[in-house]
Design a protein. Structure first.
Length: 630
């Protein structure tokens, strides 16, 4: 959806373009040839633009920070963090600009630029004249008054533009330049969107006019308006009929996803399609679902917090509304750390749904409260997933759990930074579209540089207007009293439960993992952060849950131990590590479905089965583990 042109805009992200040589002043020049030009005034269609962030000059070209300028010129913008590309649309015209690249894409065609976009103090800067003129604007520079006047065609005079189709492939969000087409109840999309956004994929037109799509070693050959296809050189008859439209081969989405192994959902009213191909999305494979009831489990007799990594949760308010977030810049959650050791390990877990009516930025920041001791981020890594889909457990929770148990968290650029006394620095930042949900988990190690006693505050913060996230230092917003999602900080991100020994050939036993015997470990009362309220974490979200099951075999002969997993408190899904190997647990309905874990071979008289779980989301989800002899 295109935003209307605003009369006043605080610009905080995209570049203001070329000015003639010799127009730059010699003031405030950095060692990279960047000059600050705060004396420049800017008008768009006669309306002044107020600029709070620095206007920059590089090589005689003016530049500004990205999103707010696009908003001021009436363009919608989508940021691809992996490729560092901003894709902006105005009046149906698309301009793609990439950090440190002098080649832009204008409606898919390569166009040379005189100056490349770049990063400056955590802001994305891009050239104005290029942006404005490629959105059919006229740019005039007045040397005497140091002013830029931009005239853009009014959106209302152009033909009305439809909202673009949005494609999600394994949680990559793509603003499509082509439509998704529905025919006879089947959906089709250009093959190029598949091979452009899936690794190890390609597409080629064949001499006979057919089209070959290669995905991870699998070959699909489609023909125009024919339901006959070749899959790995084997003839297949499909219900669907691929077709050519505007020179592109449109392929059947569900047929491809089913063949590759995955899932698909198309939300017609939102014009959004979600495609998941599991071999690219997850490290681990899914356990096969079984159907039937399970017996009522016992409670875990004892459990305790384990490990030196604490847990800081930002999940309340989960649904971000204008009532709960009334101003543009807020702290969502806050943890004042007062450690007793020089080295400290933290886990930040967040889960938020944006209903604020606009795109927002969310970040993790650290403020050094010490007046004498610098602190260093010795390690920083994490994962985040976003979706506009209602399948949050699948889209977000499973990918996070899979990455955590497989030690696949991605290294952050904040690893290794030093935070001086009194300074605040950004650890990680996330763009969150309106009506989307984000889940993130970030492990953060901080130590005192000189071996002293560090003191600092970790925050999750939100900005609606692209304000520098490190400047947000308010107390956290009030909790949502009507939705008791967790918020607080606790001494450990791991729970260890040691179950009673199971003796082979005795009846099946089951234990509830997450219940009254363990839910007291992370309550509102024992939270280390209480500012504006805390809410407990009885569902153990963001935590590793380790289970140790001793097994006794008095027979001395080889025995096979069978393990089952079943949901007990609602629809359950998650990841489980069984003696070092990780598996994914599909959504399990209570009392009707379960999964069987790999068999455990018992050879000696004593052994121990080691399990580790992470829940994938839901409402205080307990799961039951059953043990029996096969």
């Amino acid at each position: 959806m295109f935003r209307k042109l605003k009369t006043t805009c605080i610009v905080s992200a995209v570049a203001l373009a070329t000015i003639l040589p010799g127009q730059a002043s010699a003031s405030a020049t950095s060692n990279k040839g960047i000059q600050i030009k705060n004396n420049v005034s800017i008008t768009i269609n006669g309306e002044a633009i107020n600029v709070n962030d620095p206007i920059l000059n590089k090589s005689d070209f003016l530049l500004l920070p990205m999103r707010a300028l696009y908003e001021a010129v009436g363009a919608s913008v989508d940021w691809n963090k992996e490729t560092l590309t901003a894709s902006a649309i105005r009046n149906g015209k698309m301009v793609d600009l990439t950090i440190d690249s002098k080649t832009a894409l204008v409606d898919g065609q390569e166009v040379a630029m005189d100056v490349a976009p770049f990063m400056y103090k955590d802001r994305t800067y891009m050239p104005l004249r290029f942006v404005s003129e490629n959105f059919d604007g006229v740019v005039n520079w007045d040397e005497a008054t140091q002013s830029v006047d931009i005239t853009l065609s009014d959106e209302t005079t152009a033909p009305p533009q439809e909202d673009p189709y949005i494609l999600h492939i394994n949680n990559k969000r793509i603003v499509m330049k082509d439509p998704i087409v529905s025919k006879d109840g089947r959906t089709y999309l250009p093959a190029s969107y598949i091979y452009d956004y899936l690794d190890d994929s390609s597409g080629t037109w064949q001499p006979d006019g057919s089209f070959e799509l290669l995905i991870g070693g699998m070959s699909f050959i489609f023909n125009d308006n024919s339901n006959q296809a070749l899959i790995n050189n084997e003839a297949v008859t499909m219900i669907e009929k691929p077709f050519i439209q505007k020179g592109k081969m449109y392929v059947p989405a569900k047929f491809l996803v089913d063949a590759l192994g995955g899932n698909l959902r198309y939300i017609t009213e939102k014009k959004e399609m979600y495609i998941y191909v599991y071999r690219y999305m997850y490290t681990s494979s899914f356990l096969e679902k079984s159907y039937g009831t399970t017996s009522s489990p016992e409670v875990v007799p004892s459990a305790r917090l384990e490990g030196d990594r604490d847990l800081f949760i930002s999940d309340n308010p989960e649904t971000l509304t204008r009532k709960l977030v009334p101003i543009n810049n807020v702290t969502l959650a806050q943890y004042d750390v007062k450690p007793t050791t020089a080295m400290n390990k933290h886990r930040v877990f967040g889960w938020h749904y944006n209903t604020l009516g606009t795109d927002v930025n969310i970040g993790i920041t650290v403020q050094n409260k010490s007046m004498t001791e610098s602190i260093k981020v010795t390690d920083s890594k994490g994962i985040n997933q976003k979706t506009g889909n209602s399948w949050v457990g699948h889209d977000i929770g499973l990918t996070i759990a899979d990455a955590v148990l497989n030690n696949k968290l991605k290294k952050s650029e904040s690893s290794g930074i030093v935070i001086a006394p009194g300074e605040t620095k950004l650890i990680e930042t996330y763009d969150l579209h309106y009506d989307y949900i984000i889940g993130f988990l970030h492990d953060l190690d901080i130590q005192a540089v000189n071996g002293g006693k560090p003191e600092y505050t970790i925050r999750t913060v939100l900005s609606k207007d692209n304000t520098d996230l490190t400047t947000i230092k308010s107390d956290q917003v009030a909790v949502d009293e009507y939705a008791k999602h967790p918020r607080g900080a606790w001494p450990s991100a791991t729970i260890l439960a040691e179950l009673p020994a199971y003796t082979v050939d005795t009846p099946e036993v089951g234990y509830n993992i997450s219940n009254g015997r363990t839910d007291h470990l992370q309550t509102a009362e024992n939270s280390l952060s209480q500012i504006n309220g805390a809410v407990g974490n009885p569902g153990h979200f963001g935590m590793n849950y380790k289970v140790s099951i001793p097994v006794v075999n008095p027979t001395g002969s080889t025995k096979t131990i069978k393990l089952k997993l079943a949901g007990r408190g609602g629809l359950y899904s998650g990841a489980i590590k069984v003696n070092g190997k990780v598996y994914l647990v599909p959504s399990l309905r209570v009392g009707a479905e379960y999964v069987e874990l790999p068999d455990f071979k018992m050879k000696g008289s004593k052994d121990t089965i080691e399990l580790e779980l992470m829940h994938a989301g839901g409402v205080n989800l307990p799961v039951a583990i059953y043990v029996e002899t096969k």
